[in-house]
Design a protein around this ligand. Structure first.
Ligand code: F6P
Length: 538
């Protein structure tokens, strides 16, 4: 089946159909079908309005894309994930981030263990700990309360926590300071703790494997920084906790396993922000709000699992990505949240989408003969409008955009919210319908400027309008993208859950570290790499 994507009848029909409508303009599509808006918009739950009418699709396109999902057995693959089958075949692991947000009375079995029970034991421990730190009951080594919390982690052990902290700052306890150290560049650690006192600082060392070079180096530096100030090994127990799947390495590092918050190999790093990796999030917003976040995730899981394909947001999002990537040859997808609190959301999505679907072979190991994962990127509006939107409006490539807006403002400062939302809506309109030469000329624009001021339009976008940015709505948004990644991977027949592509660079860096620190080691790389090492050695 995986071998046959381009030979499948749904694919062939889409190829033929693409030729028929590739030049059709969105203005025509809207004119031709007065019902278009009813067909291509939907409300999900109380608070998500999804408008995908400004995409270069017809009813037939939509039908054919749904057929493709059916032919590729999307629903069976989806069920296999929810049920805990080992769909991450290269690592022989289940893929069960959905179990992290499943209510306590449910059951999901992996290797004869009900993982939901395990999840809730850890959630209870996290709540107990978060309440103690937030209330000041958890004391540092000298008896002072904790004021500063530093999460040390990278990739999935950093991007989710930072993004969620920033996104939910409005709900956070303001007398706690949060920092996130990820980079091997020592400047990251130095700046994070510059204003902090060691006896008021708690480090969360977050690493699934507890072997990642960046995280372990930063954790050792943190430990030294703490002990330089507090001068007693016993202080480590009050100032360090770990989040990991690897109790052995945690103990070896010197963190008491009682101060470890566990997760499991069936949680991928980039799918882990709602596991114990979210400890910093829970410390910031409190256990109640964290539960609301999980509730949002779970509601989107239920929607993805049970809504008919045609009314299923992640399915539609994933299929639209396939439509543009595999038929129009589009290579990027912009995500443009019109909410400043979501300024790390696109960066978070980059790992989620690109580490998942940046794959060049199918599940059976054969090379794909079609494009897979797109480049995801973005910035919050309206800032992006004054930067890269020019290229989206008048450049020579198509960049589908996801616009994300909220009806309510968390900080009500009229007229900001109306201005913000007017801009989201205006951008989608301008991209889709543009401004014709005739319209520009009619405005009395000098002839030589008409081409410059003309907007071709026909540039696709989705618009998501949510009620308010809350822990619950954030959970829904994230799960929506997680599942759209799944849909794309399932159709391409690739493994969205391993990340072998990051290994080679890590191995080579290890070798080069030795060569830098020991100048006697002869160099046997290519000429360019040898010269770079020599240059640094000097
Ligand atoms: O290098 C990639 C990666 O393995 C990511 O997938 C992961 O999120 C990150 O490194 C951090 O890994 P860990 O949590 O094991 O330190």
């Amino acid at each position: 089946m995986n071998n046959e994507l381009k030979k499948s009848s749904a694919w062939k029909k889409l190829e033929k159909h693409y030729k028929e409508i590739e030049n059709k303009h969105l203005s025509e599509l809207f004119k031709e079908d007065p019902q278009r808006i009813n067909k291509f918009t939907m409300n999900v739950g109380e608070d998500i309005y999804f408008d995908f009418s400004k995409h270069r699709i017809t009813e037939e396109t939509f039908e054919l894309l749904i057929n493709l999902a059916v032919e590729r057995n999307l629903t069976a693959k989806r069920e296999a994930m929810f049920e805990g089958n080992k769909i991450n075949t290269t690592e022989n692991r289940a893929v069960l981030h959905t179990a992290l947000r499943t209510p306590a009375d449910s059951k999901v079995m992996v290797d004869n263990v009900n993982v939901v029970e395990q999840v809730h034991v850890v959630l209870d421990k996290m709540s107990w700990f978060a309440n103690r730190v937030r209330s000041g009951q958890w004391k540092g080594y000298t008896g002072k309360r904790i004021k500063n919390i530093v999460n040390i982690g990278i990739g999935g052990s950093d991007l989710g926590p930072v993004m969620a902290y920033e996104a939910l700052k409005f709900y956070s306890q303001r007398d706690l300071n949060f920092r996130f150290v990820s980079n091997i560049d020592g400047n990251d650690f130095a700046e994070a703790v510059r204003e902090f006192e060691a006896d008021e600082t708690l480090f969360i060392v977050s690493s699934k494997t507890f072997t990642t070079l960046e995280t372990m180096t930063n954790a050792r530096t943190a430990r030294k920084w703490l002990l330089d100030s507090l001068q007693n090994e016993n202080a480590v127990a009050d100032h360090f906790v770990a989040v990991s799947t690897n109790v052995e390495q945690v103990t070896k590092f010197g963190i008491n396993p009682q101060n470890m918050f566990e997760f499991w190999d069936w949680v991928g790093g980039r799918y882990s922000m709602d596991s114990a990796i979210g400890l910093s999030t829970m410390l910031a917003i409190g256990p109640e709000n964290f539960n609301q976040l999980l509730k949002g995730f779970h509601e989107m899981d239920e929607h993805f699992r049970s809504a008919p394909l045609k009314q299923n947001i992640p399915v539609i999002m994933g299929l639209l990505n396939i439509w543009y990537g595999n038929f129009f040859g589009v290579q990027t997808q912009a995500v443009l949240p019109y909410n400043k609190y979501l300024h790390r959301f696109p960066a978070y999505l980059q790992q989620l989408t690109m580490e998942s679907n940046g794959k060049h072979v199918r599940l059976d190991g054969a090379k794909v003969d079609y494009q897979t994962g797109a480049i995801y990127w973005g910035e919050p509006g309206t800032n992006g409008q004054h930067s890269f939107y020019q290229l989206i409006h008048q450049g020579t490539i198509i960049i589908p955009c996801d616009f994300i807006g909220f009806k309510k403002a968390l900080n009500n400062l009229p007229p900001h919210q109306d201005y913000l939302m007017a801009n989201v809506i205006a951008q989608g309109e301008a991209l889709a319908f543009g401004k014709t030469q005739a319209e520009v000329s009619k405005q009395g624009v000098p002839e030589e400027l008409v081409p410059h001021k003309t907007f071709e339009g026909n540039r696709p976008s989705s618009t998501f309008i949510l009620d308010n940015l809350t822990p619950e709505s954030l959970g829904k948004l994230i799960a929506m993208y997680e599942h759209s990644v799944f849909v794309q991977g399932a159709i391409w027949g690739i493994n969205s859950f391993d990340q072998m592509g990051v290994e080679l660079g890590k191995v080579l860096a290890k070798k080069i570290i030795d060569e830098m620190q020991n100048k006697g080691i002869p160099l046997n790389h290519d000429d360019s790499t040898n010269a770079l090492i020599e240059h640094y050695r000097k």
